[in-house]
Design a binder for this molecule. Structure first.
Ligand code: NAD
Length: 376
């Protein structure tokens, strides 16, 4: 890497195997280990931690990591623990006071882990809380994972649709292209549009933020004007609308949903339940064999008939509401995630040692666990 961290004075980055069921990602890939080592940082990794993402111990060792046989061996020598999911209580118990954990830490789901970290004098940097500002862009792991999810949502839809995406003119007749509608054109939505278009679909999208019209058009999709608009927050996020606005929005997209072979919904408002944008009647008006992929499933879903975490068939319509899509693309998800982790490490290793300035605007927002006594 070109950026120099100064003379690094034995800062050790630790990586554990993820123990959350279904979690295949790993926090560092061999290339980032090599980059960290080139900057003088030490890396210790639990044996087998990269197996779910198809990286073996030999590749990590070659990149300069020390391979440890147990979590204890990793944790007792770690200054910065890089994880995908929150550490478990026994893992927190083995970490040193003054260390830092970097992971997706959910303020609600991981409440116990966050309290455990603070009580043990450990800071917790959460990718869920990184502000969407230019200087934090390289740390935006939420966007990295949404990019993967947007791509994969189209692959999931294409695999279960009884039709093909591209237009074909053959001796056996002409096949019309699939029509794909994306509701919510943020990071995941734009990537879904681009992917569907590459597969040959005719694409369209709507969003409540008028600012995205040009972005939708730039990936070859038709912008559907719902005549429902909202101001975006300073962080570039949508805001909650009132129920009457959502009703108008459902009316505005009703026919578009009915005429689509695939609907991918990604509408979210941070910190709130996902808005209900596809009601049961809209699903029932779709052609049999059509597919909905509800990416907002983890915050309740955009479709009334979604069952979060599952795939269901309702009146001939296939509705996917998957959790943790990035784990189904573990190699590239881990590669992108590792780059985001590396950006955080570059931000906190200063003058050769771990330095946590909780007044810094990125750390102020993202360190949602702080050692007791640290500035709030
Ligand atoms: P984002 O904030 O970049 O995009 C969400 C978009 O929805 C924004 O453009 C916003 O303006 C739009 N929106 C909000 N309210 C709307 C409304 N009423 N009507 C139309 N559009 C509306 O978020 P993102 O990073 O693209 O993530 C999108 C969703 O995908 C989130 O719910 C996220 O949790 C989910 N996600 C799921 C997985 C998974 O594995 N299931 C993985 C990654 C992301």
């Amino acid at each position: 890497m070109s950026e120099d961290l100064g003379t690094v004075n034995s800062v050790t980055i630790g990586v554990l195997r993820e123990r959350t069921p279904g979690e295949t990602r790993v926090a560092l890939v061999p290339q980032t280990v090599q980059d960290l080592r080139a900057q003088g940082l030490d890396v210790v990794m639990e044996s087998g931690c990269g197996a779910g993402a198809y990286f073996d111990d030999a590749a990590y060792a070659l990149a300069g990591a020390r391979i440890a046989s147990s979590p204890r061996d990793v944790l007792t020598s770690t200054d910065i623990l890089a994880k995908v999911r929150a550490p478990l209580p026994d893992e927190i118990g083995m970490l040193r006071s003054g260390s830092l954990v970097i992971a997706f830490l959910d303020p609600v789901r991981d409440d116990d882990a966050l309290r455990g970290l603070s009580e043990a004098g450990i800071a917790g940097f959460s990718f869920n809380a990184v502000p969407r500002i230019t200087k934090a862009q390289a740390m935006d792991a939420m966007s990295s994972m949404s990019t993967i999810a947007g791509y994969k949502s189209v692959i999931v839809a294409a695999a279960s649709l009884g039709r093909i995406f591209p237009m074909l003119m053959t001796a056996a007749g002409t096949i019309a292209p699939a029509r794909v509608l994306v509701i919510g054109a943020g990071v995941a939505g734009l990537q879904a549009l681009a992917t569907a278009r590459r597969l040959g679909a005719v694409t369209a999208a709507c969003d409540a933020r008028p600012a995205v019209r040009e972005q939708i058009q730039s990936v070859g999709a038709v912008f559907i004007d719902m005549s429902v608009t909202m101001e975006e927050t300073a962080g570039g996020y949508a805001q909650l609308l009132d129920e009457e606005m959502y009703r108008l929005e459902r009316d505005a997209i009703r026919d578009h949903v009915a005429n689509s072979d695939v609907v991918i919904s990604t509408a979210q408002v941070p910190g709130a339940r996902a808005p209900l944008l596809i009601d049961a009647a809209m699903v029932q008006a779709m052609r049999h064999g059509s597919v909905i992929v509800d990416l907002a499933s983890e915050s309740g879903g955009n479709c009334e008939l979604s069952v979060p975490g599952e795939t269901v068939v309702q009146g001939g319509i296939i509705i996917h509401a998957p959790f943790n899509i990035p784990a189904s693309v573990p190699t590239h998800s881990s590669q992108m995630y590792a780059r985001n982790v590396w950006a955080v490490i570059k931000h906190v290793v200063r003058d050769g040692s771990l330095q946590l300035d909780f007044d810094d605007d990125i750390l102020k927002a993202a360190c949602i666990a702080r050692p007791a006594g640290a500035p709030a």
